[in-house]
Design a protein around this ligand. Structure first.
Ligand SMILES: Cc1cc2c(cc1C)N(C[C@H](O)[C@H](O)[C@H](O)COP(=O)(O)OP(=O)(O)OC[C@H]1O[C@@H](n3cnc4c(N)ncnc43)[C@H](O)[C@@H]1O)c1[nH]c(=O)[nH]c(=O)c1N2
Ligand SMILES: O=C(O)C(=O)Cc1ccccc1
Ligand SMILES: [Mn+2]
Length: 486
């Protein structure tokens, strides 16, 4: 073999080593462990049935199902700690499960083990209205929290399309359509209670603390935000709340092209209008949403906008926004002012994932999630659209354009090998383009199993090694959600 070929093989092998599991898992769940788990949670809160295991071995993505060996439903933190200790003593993998709405295969039980379904821990533990914060258990979803808050004048704004658990959202560092104004989970989690792999209990900002800021040492809270179950099990999250806005106005605005929509978004952000939401759906996605929801929006690239404030400030924001929009060839704005109309409009946006999948029934969808510096968004989104055409692929686009983050969903039949190959190559080019302009391979869905191959390129060797050192320090046996992230 020529020297060059030998070198290439070596480099490839060393990269593979970098991605290998940190430790080999010693044992799966045997009868002895199963009995001990049952003793902790009671026989109604543990299951080895295949149907239950299969339901828990996959999320909403195309990633193949790998069922855990057992599913447990702990009812409190003390039980989570005892269960973790049993798994730790027997070297059994642990996979935390929120609501299973992830789209990067985060709950796929790569090495089997015990799935911790946290949906029965549904208490809203501490609501501090005067401090604008709340502490919730891991079974509380974002809709359940906002329903609970509706008469308080407060709300929690991070809104991924799905009704995900708030602790699952912390685990994936989720964001949503309000992130441009209110931030993502990174900015809105003040404290986390975490059960570590060996059953120890950690409060990332100190027990009972719920301040707006802190300088006390390392930011352990944000170490666990986005850790995707690989460092511990989040058993409660303390979240920032916001006053419900006095006045709200939403609008749908057709644009001449995705380039114009991207450039216009930049200009709107620069103009200082405190946009509450600004989302882009391209023509293909608009068509998909029209069909899926029986709507009649123009089949054109379209911006969905929302303004929050006092009635006077919303009027002022609208005036400035309309001026900017008209400079980019915007069509007629369709306003939604009544709460029910606004709910319908945003429901259509939140269902974009299912609308896109419905374009090709029976297919599975590969989802992209790049995020770039906002100034690069028009260029990257334009090139992506051209690439789709050249690659002869249908890939509806939906984007949180105020954050420089957009998704493409590529539906493919599991039998079409050639098409799948073209999709993989397209997605690879898209991530490469994003990384080249200072972007990230995932703005909000997380690394899971799908983006592991890009982490080295994104954070570099030292970055990845430090992540792996942190992982080893907190999870020396490599039991926490193995096969994910690092
Ligand atoms: C239609 C639709 C639309 C969207 C999205 C999904 C779908 C189906 N998503 C993705 C998804 O909703 C998001 O990733 C949620 O944060 C996942 O929360 P779950 O509770 O479902 O976590 P799920 O159970 O799917 O788990 C996800 C990961 O977190 C870990 N985990 C869950 N709970 C944990 C806990 N208590 N402790 C430790 N680890 C835990 C799991 O182990 C796994 O690795 C999304 N996302 C987004 O950011 N923005 C968006 O706009 C959307 N939009
Ligand atoms: O709706 C979103 O913002 C999502 O993150 C889910 C998604 C993914 C891919 C295409 C459309 C929606
Ligand atoms: Mn999204």
């Amino acid at each position: 073999m020529a020297l060059w070929s030998i070198l290439k093989v070596r480099v490839r092998a060393s990269l593979r080593n970098f991605q290998r599991p940190l430790t080999t898992i010693a044992s799966r769940v045997d009868e002895r462990v199963r009995v001990r788990l049952g003793e902790v949670v009671g026989s109604g809160n543990v299951s080895s049935s295949l149907a239950v295991r299969e339901q828990h071995g996959r999320d909403e993505s195309f990633h193949a199902c790998k069922p855990p060996d057992v599913v447990v439903w702990p009812e409190n933190t003390a039980q989570v700690r005892q269960l973790a200790r049993i798994c730790y003593d027997h070297s059994v993998p642990m996979v935390p499960y929120g609501t299973g709405t992830g789209i990067e295969g985060g709950v796929v039980a790569e090495e089997g083990g015990v799935c911790f379904d946290l949906s029965r821990m549904t208490d809203i533990v501490d609501l501090h209205e005067e401090d604008l914060d709340v502490t919730v258990q891991p079974g509380v979803t974002r809709v359940a929290l906002n329903t609970h808050l509706r008469h308080t004048g407060l709300w929690f704004p991070v809104d991924p399309g799905a009704d995900a658990s708030l602790c699952g959202m912390a685990a994936t560092s989720a964001s949503g359509t309000h992130t441009t104004r209110y931030g993502s989970m990174r900015e809105n989690v003040a404290n986390l209670e975490v059960v570590l792999a060996d059953g120890r209990l950690l409060h990332t900002a100190g027990e009972g603390r719920h301040t707006r800021k802190t300088s006390a040492g390392y930011n352990l809270t944000n170490l666990f935000v986005g850790s995707e179950g690989t460092l511990g099990i989040i058993t409660s999250a303390t979240l920032r709340l916001f006053p419900q806005p006095e006045a709200v106005a939403s609008a749908v605005c057709p644009m001449p092209s995705v380039t114009a929509a991207g450039e216009c978004t930049l200009q709107l952000l620069r103009s200082g209008v405190p946009l509450a939401r600004i989302e882009l759906l391209d023509d293909v996605m608009m068509d998909a949403c029209n069909r899926y929801k029986g709507l009649d929006y123009a089949v054109q690239p379209t911006l969905f906008l929302e303004f929050h404030g006092t009635p006077a400030s919303v009027q002022e924001q609208i005036r400035t926004a309309e001026e900017v929009l008209s400079g980019y060839g915007a069509g007629q704005l369709r306003w939604a002012l009544a709460a029910s109309e606004r709910a319908r409009l945003w429901e259509a946006r939140h269902q974009a994932y299912y609308a896109a999948r419905a374009l090709r029934p029976g297919s599975v969808g590969y989802v992209t999630d790049v995020c770039v510096p906002i100034s690069k968004l028009p260029e990257v989104i334009t090139t992506t659209k051209e690439d789709l055409i050249q690659s002869r692929l249908t890939g509806p686009i939906a984007g949180h354009v105020g954050d420089g983050n957009f998704h493409c969903i590529l539906a493919f039949s599991e039998h079409g090998e050639q098409e799948r190959q073209r999709i993989t190559e397209f997605c690879h080019r898209l991530v490469t383009r994003a990384l080249a302009v200072g972007g990230t391979c995932t703005g909000e869905h997380g690394v899971g199993v799908g983006k592991r191959g890009y982490l080295l390129d994104e954070v570099g060797e030292t970055g990845l090694e430090v992540m792996r050192q942190l992982k080893r320090a907190l999870d020396p046996k490599g039991l926490m959600n193995p096969g994910k992230v690092v």
